[in-house]
Unconditional design. Structure first.
Length: 168
């Protein structure tokens, strides 16, 4: 399993397609746990905070994310068939990058507060109110599942040297 990037035209076409709904009944729990574990390891190894299924070649609606809470403790999320049901009118311009768009950062307006719904691995409905960085990550990942890339909505894009030891 590897991260698809826009540097490959075939992979970019795949990333720009809306993903299909995830039918949890079709997959054994052990298989799902292994898939999530693999995706989490890839995300960790690449210093990511979120990873959608289509970024690793899976045409289904789910993503994982790991974001610190207010106390700085890492909180891990796995959300299947996520939908944004509410976006605040208040937008903030945020810097953003993407594992599928290596070497590029941009400023993108995002809603500061959102509410999403989806299901967990046990098909239990979940509803999450998110704000700040968590809201940004959720919007970014759900965008991926809809075939959207942040570079299409960014106000300003910057290229960075991915081989340098620090970023300006």
């Amino acid at each position: 399993m590897q991260i698809l990037t826009i540097n490959n035209k075939k992979e970019e076409r795949f990333l720009r397609r809306k993903t299909k709904e995830f039918d949890l009944k079709q997959y054994p729990k052990a298989e799902l746990r292994e898939l999530i574990k693999e995706m989490r390891q890839i995300m960790k190894n690449t210093n990511g905070v979120g990873l959608s299924a289509n970024q690793v070649g899976i045409d289904r609606q789910f993503f994982i994310a790991q974001v610190p809470d207010e106390q700085g403790k890492q909180k891990f999320y796995t959300i299947f068939n996520p939908k944004i049901i509410s976006l605040s009118k208040e937008k903030v311009d945020l810097e953003e990058g993407c594992l599928s768009v290596p070497g590029v950062w941009g400023i993108i307006p995002r809603s500061n507060k959102i509410i999403i719904e989806g299901v967990d691995m046990n098909e239990k409905k979940i509803k999450i109110k998110a704000w700040g960085f968590l809201a940004q990550v959720f919007q970014h990942e759900i965008g991926h599942l809809n075939g959207d890339l942040f570079i299409d909505r960014a106000k300003e894009l910057k290229k960075i040297d991915v081989n340098s030891s620090f970023r300006k």
